[in-house]
Ligand binder design. Structure first.
Ligand code: TRP
Length: 336
């Protein structure tokens, strides 16, 4: 299929951690890599979304660089896809303003992520940027006329808003924006916390989280210390044996071996073997990614060059959409 006739996908990831984790990789990033072959893919590090809550500038800068490096290290290819940093493409914010003017205050108030994220300090102390976060996200998508948006279940409501805004805009100002489909990446591999297998794996609980940038020894130790249970048999039973099921899930997700086969191979063996082998499989996956990230981070000039190439490609598409949108809403164009 020629690149021009491929469906376009766009997705974004926040640079809010020093490292992505294996759940991010198996649940999302690996899918992004696969879609490069079949789609016209746009992937961005959404640094503007990362300032909707308190942040430290030096930390954000470093995390944006290392996030971008990880996208490349997992196999996203700047020659095949458009990989960029949100703040390098000012058209996102320009479109966001216009979409803010299409969004009802009540409509924005119903976004559950805002309710969750503002709960700690209260809505009064939250930034207006946190409130309008979903509208910037809508702009991220609409500015590229994306056909589909691969995201997790937690983003469904933001995708619905995006679709509503595109439809509303088109109805009011004439057909201008592509109405995108949510492509909810079903959690084929639901990876849970190694220390608390009742919770989803999360960067906020480091001992239970396998980071892409964990050194081999650290990673091995974390997996070998995973909480299991006081039984001995190894079977996939996420309700009664969530810790054991999690290790099996990781193996299955990484190697593609079926659960039945895995269970059979552990029929007369113990937790020690399960842990050692899971750790080895994880190391084999992660070590090359980590090494590539270290390499990329050792030459920031080159890394920033790659960001520039992505931004340049992104701005061509984004600029075309913005011009149509500006015209549709009645802004007077200057002669070129
Ligand atoms: N809100 C998304 C998340 O937290 C990140 C995001 C920002 C995004 N802009 C996007 C995802 C555009 C998909 C498309 O995961």
């Amino acid at each position: 299929m020629s690149a021009a006739s491929r469906h376009r996908v766009l997705s974004g990831i926040q640079p809010t951690a020093d490292s992505f984790h294996i759940g991010n990789y198996l649940g999302a990033l690996r899918e992004w890599v696969r879609m490069q072959a079949t789609h016209d893919a746009y992937y961005c590090v959404v640094d503007q979304h990362a300032i909707t809550v308190d942040h430290d500038p030096a930390v954000l800068r470093e995390r944006t660089l290392v996030s971008f490096a990880q996208l490349l290290a997992v196999g996203l290819d700047p020659a095949e896809s458009t990989i960029f940093v949100q703040s390098h493409v000012p058209e996102h914010s320009q479109l966001a303003w216009i979409m803010e003017c299409q969004t009802g205050f009540g409509e924005a108030s119903r976004m559950t992520q805002f309710k969750d994220k503002s709960q700690k300090g209260g809505a009064d102390r939250s930034s207006v940027g946190l409130f309008t976060y979903p509208i910037l996200q809508a702009a991220d998508i609409l500015i590229y006329q994306a056909n589909a948006v691969p995201v997790g279940e937690d983003q469904r409501q933001h995708l619905e808003l995006t679709r509503d805004l595109a439809q509303r805009f088109n109805a009011k100002f004439g057909p201008t924006l592509t109405v995108p489909e949510a492509m909810i990446v079903k959690e084929t591999a639901k990876i849970v916390d190694l220390q608390d297998p009742t919770a989803k794996m999360s960067k906020s609980s480091a001992p239970g989280c396998v980071f892409l940038l964990d050194e081999d020894a650290v990673l091995t130790k974390k997996i070998k210390s995973a909480v299991t249970d006081s039984d001995r048999d190894i079977r996939f039973d996420p309700v009664n044996k969530p810790g054991v099921a999690n290790l099996l899930t990781m193996q299955q997700a990484i190697t593609g071996t079926s659960m039945a086969e895995l269970e059979a191979s552990y029929a007369d063996r113990g937790y020690g073997d399960l842990k050692t082998e899971t750790a080895q499989i994880a190391v084999d996956l992660i070590a090359p990614i980590r090494r590539r990230v270290v390499e990329l981070m050792s030459d920031k000039g080159e890394l920033i060059n790659l960001m520039g190439i992505g931004a340049g490609k992104a701005r061509v598409t984004a600029g075309e959409t913005l011009e149509k949108v500006y015209d549709a809403v009645g802004f007077v164009p200057l002669p070129r």
